[in-house]
Design a protein around this ligand. Sequence first.
Ligand code: PMP
Length: 422
Amino acid sequence: MSSHVARHQTGDPQFLEQRFASRAAGMQPSEIRSLFAVASRPEIVSLAGGMPNLSALPMEMMASVVHNLIMTNGAEALQYGSGQGHPKLREQICDVMALEGIRANPDDIIVTTGSQQALDLISRIFIDPGDVVLVEAPSYVGALGTFHQYEAQVVHVSMDDQGLIPEALQQAISSVRNSGRKIKFLYLIPNYQNPTGVLLPADRRTEILEICRNEEIFVVEDNPYGLLGFDKASPNAMRAEDSENVIYLGSFSKTIAAGLRVGWALVPPSLKEKLVIASESSILCPSNFTQLTISNYLANQPWRDQISSFCELYKVRRDAMLESLEQYFPASSTWTKPGGGFYVWVNLPPEIDTKLMMPKAIVAKVAYVPGTAFYADGFGSWAMRLSYCHPTPERIREGVKALGHVVDQEIERRRSGFQITE
Ligand code: PMP
């Protein structure tokens, strides 16, 4: 046997760096991923991850869907399928989207391995290094990571408690264009946004669509949470109002099961071919097995009732979180009051750095995601995202109470620290 040890096996990082493509430099672990190892320890109340809660999904029913699929249509389910996605599922996806006012042609849908893959495909066909992608401030960490990998410059556009501000969008477009850079698309999450939980009202949707049409900028509407409204239905999807300039992303991860990894993109017809080719080159075709599982589930099970059960489950948790924030967080902090989805965004006094505070929270047995994870530019150090989707209401109360105490101590420490140095 040769005694030769390849240089990359000796752990020489420079040796590997010279061999990687330059785009690999943008492939960094997300802050959320590195947090998960700690946050998933059983003694920690994790308000960090956005994992859907499957306790309301009847497992016997899912087992019978899968069993019937294999027994009646196993040869198709276990075979390769179409690169664009199964035709029957694409028709059913049109029925799901109709709930949000979208009238679509199944031929304009590309089924993807979760909507995360759709984000990757869109980035691949649109972004050259240095191109600008406009996003909300703050925005979904998984999308920021994808844009970063394709070497986009991410420009954040201000939000308030009603979502993206149209005037701020117009200003951002002018200032990017004045600097000579190209804008490829606006990416936004109009319903129960990740990470703020905010809902964009109908009039702002119309204004934003108009600005983007006039400025010839595509809108990427990412909508995994639209059907998870607790109090009232969300406004129609932006795609319902504009079929030519909106690329719509949907997902079954939050309404059925994330583990099946089925999402989709509904695109203007002129974009379809490029996206299908891009998808085929990464995965050949989405899984027939999971697509047909979803298809049979939609065809034979009361899926709308199931979504209502999920909403009930999340609403109770949202209430537990908002009540305990009121009870245990200092008056100097503010937070969003989501009408659906998974997340609350908390702003603490500006002297607090939530990333530096994290080890203290872990000692107090609670985890959250620091605000900076949701910005491409280091902003958000005084903010945090709290998820209420997964723990029980009791655990949420326990976690928010412990975190409120950590925040109080941190404020106290900072203030007395300032006095000493003054
Ligand atoms: N977009 C947003 C806003 C999300 O929150 C998530 C998952 N947390 C995704 C896309 C990706 O979801 P999936 O790939 O499971 O469809």
